[in-house]
Ligand binder design. Structure first.
Ligand SMILES: [Zn+2]
Length: 660
């Protein structure tokens, strides 16, 4: 259990823009920040972060919440684990019981696997630095490669000893269950059923971190020269590791990728680390797999620009053309850098100085058309058929680019390089796009990225009024609208002060209450039970806390561990009634705050009126004739203790009441 004060401290400290900013690039848009939603694939940003309100909301998929909810959703963590994650980020100490093996067993499986992987990483690092075998074999290898102590520590490199049972023994000593180490891909059961053997025995270890910095897998490199031993062994797919969704180094590179607005893509672990050593920190690797769409989407969270760094091996480069097309298709700009023959980023960065490397990169980075053309043009010399093939190949790539402006720029470029009329290329590109669209038509309903940013939650005033009028009849017949308004006010303004008259043994006095107390008083007087169970749950919780003078505020509900309550709170916080942007929403809320009495009374009155209307309907049906409105008003005035014969209120149809 995390003590309540610590929970409060974590929630108060965590800044939504900082937490979300760890996972996606955010651009300022007015008072808010905007980015690409990490929860659903999108190409134009509809993910809004409001630093002032401390919440995020995606207008595409509807996900929203406070920092803790973001971490729960993104990192697949429970509520307490998400709090622990935030505590770690903000260096807030949590005083709770030490994690004993028994305690670990209680945690969910995913967490146990991650803790086992973290244990393995520490063990391998300690072995690298503190054992003779580690120092002689592992450390000297890394030093030979030019990795500094700082870089070895940063990437948490390690060494797994030759002795096969080493890992299993250490595991048991520390009270970890082999079951989770097996599920983490660290050990495998022996065929004869006697214990396990370590997957990585006798290898230098490269931990693979997820975007939040936790170790989720390993790559192990052997230093033996024997041909029958695989140079690299990687973790298998596990419950916490899907290699097609992970980029090696991204956790360390993401800040610099945002700063440089460019992501360098290399092939292997050593390439990433060497580039870091050379001072290039915006670099990641798709190690162990050819580039996947998921990996490109990860990059897209931070930048739209990718530079692929290739070693000078022509066969490998041709095989990677598919990767270029995938990147283009995801709407990213791709540039390519080819290292001299026989060199890769790792070897070349060690050969030249850092500034020479920078000069080399600047001078030799090409756009993909020049790159492809330069690479293939030699083969097409004097062969018109091959030349046509190359053009077709490039046109196919261009046709994948979603943005028409960028497409057109590339058409010009291709026209120039291949000396072919622009118009011909344009019509080819368009033909291909039509074909692709038809092909995709049955795959997805609406082409992604062609939505406008304005979604349901952001409808303009006019649209909304219109829609509300259409729904009016429906609303009028349904009490849930009035219930919603009362709970909305309770959640938004429950802890605000309100002046109310109290009758103390005949003496009337003004007294300051909390809004939630007034609502509690009014509804309890009616013995009101909410039809909607979520609303009743919120109400019950408010009553319980009111009893101990703890008045819940909007922040409490926005952070609620119950998703239904949380989503409701975000919804009302985000979209009061008919608003277009956050600033105006604030104005709206301010008006309600200034007239808090009217707001509260109006909502309760509307709810009562609704109840009475229902009663009236029932009574009328029973009596077989209708009660007149005047009679009705009298009835209400009586109930509300108001002067008879006067029409104090008019029902506006929006659950809002205006005093006349
Ligand atoms: Zn979304």
């Amino acid at each position: 259990m995390i003590p309540k004060e610590t929970v409060d401290k974590i929630i108060d400290t965590a800044r939504v823009e900082e937490v979300v900013g760890d996972f996606i690039a955010l651009k300022r848009r007015g008072v808010n920040l905007l980015g690409l939603c990490p929860f659903h694939g999108e190409k134009s940003p509809s993910f809004t972060v409001s630093p002032a309100k401390g919440i995020y909301k995606c207008f595409g998929c509807g996900k929203g919440g406070a920092p803790v909810n973001f971490i729960m959703d993104h990192e697949q963590l429970s509520y307490p684990d998400a709090l622990r994650w935030l505590a770690k980020k903000y260096s807030i100490e949590i005083r709770e019981e030490e994690l004993t093996p028994e305690k670990i067993a209680e945690n969910n499986d995913r967490e146990s696997i991650l803790q086992t992987l973290a244990f393995a990483q520490k063990l391998f690092s300690e072995t690298l630095h503190n054992s003779d075998e580690g120092k002689i074999i592992g450390l000297s290898y890394f030093e030979e490669r030019g990795f500094s102590k700082a870089i070895i520590d940063k990437f948490q490199l390690g060494y797994s000893p030759e002795k096969n049972s080493f890992f299993e023994e250490e595991l048991t000593k520390s009270g970890f269950k082999p079951e989770f180490a097996e599920r983490a891909g660290l050990i495998t059961k022996r065929d004869n059923g006697t214990g396990y053997y370590g997957r990585f025995a006798g290898r230098v270890m490269f931990p693979v971190h997820n975007i939040a910095g936790r170790v989720i897998a390993f790559g192990g490199r052997t230093l033996k020269k024997e041909k029958n031993i695989a140079k690299y062994v990687n973790s298998p797919q596990t419950e916490v590791y899907n290699k097609s969704e992970v980029l090696y180094g991204l956790y360390f590179a993401k800040k610099e990728i945002i700063a440089k607005d460019n992501c360098l893509l290399v092939e292997g672990y050593a390439d990433v680390i060497s580039m870091f050593e050379a001072g290039f920190e915006n670099v990641v690797a798709s190690s162990g797999t050819s580039l996947t769409v998921e990996q490109i989407k990860l990059i897209r969270r931070f930048t739209k620009n990718v530079t692929i760094l290739y070693d000078g091996d022509a066969a490998g480069i041709k095989a990677s053309f598919r990767g270029i097309n995938l990147i283009l298709e995801e709407g990213l700009n791709v540039r390519v850098l080819l290292f001299p023959d026989g060199e890769d980023p790792d070897s070349y960065s060690r050969k030249v100085s850092n500034s020479e490397l920078q000069t080399f990169i600047d001078a030799n980075t090409q756009d993909f058309i020049s790159f492809k053309t330069n690479l293939l043009i030699a083969e097409t010399k004097g062969d018109p058929v091959k030349r046509a093939g190359l053009i077709k190949d490039i046109v196919e790539s261009i046709a994948l680019i979603p943005d028409p402006v960028i497409r057109s720029v590339y058409v010009q470029e291709c026209s120039r390089i291949m000396t072919i009329e622009e118009q011909i290329l344009h019509s080819e590109v368009n033909k291909l796009r039509r074909k692709n669209r038809e092909k995709n038509a049955d795959k997805s309903d609406v082409p992604e990225g062609e939505y406008s940013v304005i979604k349901s939650g952001e409808l303009s005033t006019e649209d909304n009024t219109h829609q509300q009028q259409n729904n009016l009849a429906e609303l009028l017949d349904d009490i849930s609208f009035q219930e919603r308004d009362v709970i909305r006010i309770l959640v938004l303004f429950g802890n605000h002060d309100i002046e109310a008259e109290v009758d103390l043994e005949g003496e009337k006095r003004m007294h300051t209450f909390k809004v939630s107390q007034v609502i509690e008083h009014e509804l309890n007087e009616d013995h009101y039970k909410f039809r909607n169970t979520v609303f009743q749950t919120i109400f019950d919780e408010v009553l319980k806390e009111n009893a101990s003078d703890n008045f819940l505020d909007i922040k409490y509900f926005v952070n609620h561990s119950n998703a239904e309550i949380r989503n409701f709170a975000i919804d009302v916080f985000e979209t009061p009634y008919k608003l277009h942007d956050w600033e105006r929403k604030n104005i709206f809320i301010n008006t309600e705050v200034q007239q808090i009495k009217l707001t509260v009374n109006g909502a309760i009155y509307s709810l009562r009126l609704k109840l009475i209307e229902k009663m009236k309907k029932e009574i009328s049906e029973e009596l077989k004739h209708e009660i007149s409105d005047d009679k009705m008003i009298d009835l209400i005035n009586q109930i509300m203790g108001l002067d008879a014969g006067k029409r104090h209120f008019a029902f506006t149809g929006l659950g809002r009441v205006v005093i006349r």
